[in-house]
Design a protein around this ligand. Structure first.
Ligand SMILES: [Zn+2]
Length: 422
């Protein structure tokens, strides 16, 4: 799936650029966006974009720090490298800010709140007019155009503007490196920016994120580290055009979040099925389901790196989690480093339905129930390619819905569950 920046988003922005060319140069290297109009709602909306831009620069600050430290890297845990913990924190904040801006914009359009629409559009038009800022906010622009498209599918007669991504993004980033560096240097003279940087460091020092991409223990979730009663339901090996949509339907009916670890060979072949999974978390389970411990470098490249690229294109976002086929290679530092280098946490499991072997739904239900009771928390493994799994998990979902309503158990997608790990 290609990301397209539709005219829905761009037309008003371009119109704004033409008619409101009154950007005020700021004292901070032109970074801050000065609102020409000052209605509070509009200011607040503009502020969200400006805050995100600052978050991006904060991440750039820590990235520079990290890159410098890599020269002396002795292969220690990633979190011992300066800047890394702060980058993880910044990344989470950036993603939250992006979701917030996109959701705010969609909501404002629905409610026809012109103040908010104008506030966001005017800030974005300034960002788009400056290639060095546009590089920083590319992810936001992609997310917004995707969200807009999923809200209101573009009709065939609607013209689409060339997306700002791929080679164009790489070129823009390289071409604007000096400008980005200038902007960052200007910001570093700004006390409020440096406070943000030092606060991030304090947070990272005080609360090192226990789950984050790394070849070590912190980069592998088993579910045993979840708080009591917290569960992540996971499905591997799909998608399947026949069974996966039935699983989605059941999960929606019973209100159970889930995470799907899929194969790139399947997602590339079935983007339409992937699209039906909207709202669920999609992750990476390799390209072809090879046993990675038996592969050389080229094979690992395909199964880990190439699969991530394929999934990113089809999912519309980079998967945050990887699960090794058969769990093979979880103790291999080479394999785990490759996964971490792709920015993914490895996800194991602590409850195994063994549904690939046993096609007997009542037995699967019983096996899972016994293990869940014994563990008290964790990650449950199913496969969404078996009709029997559809049946077995439907039964389990009915039970989970009741337990959820009684407050006995919580069900979360992986990225929400790991937030609860102390
Ligand atoms: Zn598998």
């Amino acid at each position: 799936m290609k990301f397209k920046l539709s005219l829905l988003l761009l037309a008003p922005l371009l119109a704004f650029s033409c008619s409101h060319g009154n950007r005020v140069p700021s004292s901070e290297g032109g970074l801050s966006l000065r609102p020409p109009v000052t209605h509070p709602d509009e200011r607040a909306a503009r502020q969200k974009v400006e805050d995100l831009l600052r978050l991006r620069y904060r991440a750039q600050y820590h990235l520079n720090e990290f890159d410098r430290a890599l020269i002396n890297d002795k292969g220690d845990d990633l979190f011992s490298i300066p800047g890394y913990a702060e980058l993880q924190e910044a990344r989470a904040e950036i993603e939250n800010a992006q979701h917030d801006i996109s959701a705010t914009y969609i909501k404002a359009r629905k409610e026809n709140n012109q103040r908010v629409i104008f506030g966001i559009q005017s800030a974005l038009s300034e960002v788009q007019a400056d290639a060095s800022k546009k590089v920083m906010l590319n992810d936001l622009l992609v997310e917004m155009s995707q969200d807009l498209e999923s809200e209101k599918p573009s009709s065939s007669e609607e013209s689409l503007v060339a997306p700002f991504e791929g080679d164009a993004l790489v070129n823009a980033a390289v071409d604007n490196e000096a400008k980005i560096s200038d902007n960052l240097n200007a910001l570093m003279k700004d006390a409020s920016f440096m406070k943000q940087v030092t606060d991030a460091r304090k947070n990272a020092d005080r609360e090192p994120q226990s789950i984050a991409p790394s070849p070590g223990k912190s980069g592998n979730v088993t579910g045993n580290e979840f708080p009591s009663g917290v569960w992540a339901i996971t499905y591997d090996d799909g998608p399947s055009g026949k069974t996966s949509p039935l699983v989605f339907q059941n999960l929606r009916t019973y209100g159970i979040p889930a995470t799907f670890f899929w194969l790139a060979k399947n997602t590339a072949a079935m983007p339409g099925v992937v699209k039906q999974a909207s709202g669920f978390e999609l992750a990476n389970h390799s390209y072809t389901h090879a046993q990675l411990t038996k592969l050389g470098s080229a094979g690992l490249q395909k199964e880990i790196v190439k699969s991530t690229q394929v999934h990113t294109g089809v999912y519309g976002y980079r998967p945050k989690f990887f699960r090794l086929p058969y769990g093979a290679g979880v103790n291999s530092s080479k394999i785990r480093s490759l996964i971490a280098a792709q920015g993914m946490v490895h996800v194991f499991w602590n409850v195994d339905s063994l549904d690939w072997q046993d096609k007997n739904p009542p037995k699967i239900v019983n096996r899972v129930n016994l293990q869940m009771k014994a563990r008290g928390r964790g990650v449950v493994l199913f496969h969404d390619i078996h009709p029997t799994t559809v049946t077995a998990t439907k039964t389990l979902m009915q039970q989970w819905q009741a337990e959820k309503q009684q407050g006995k158990r919580r069900f979360l997608k992986m990225s929400d569950a790991i937030k609860l790990v102390p």
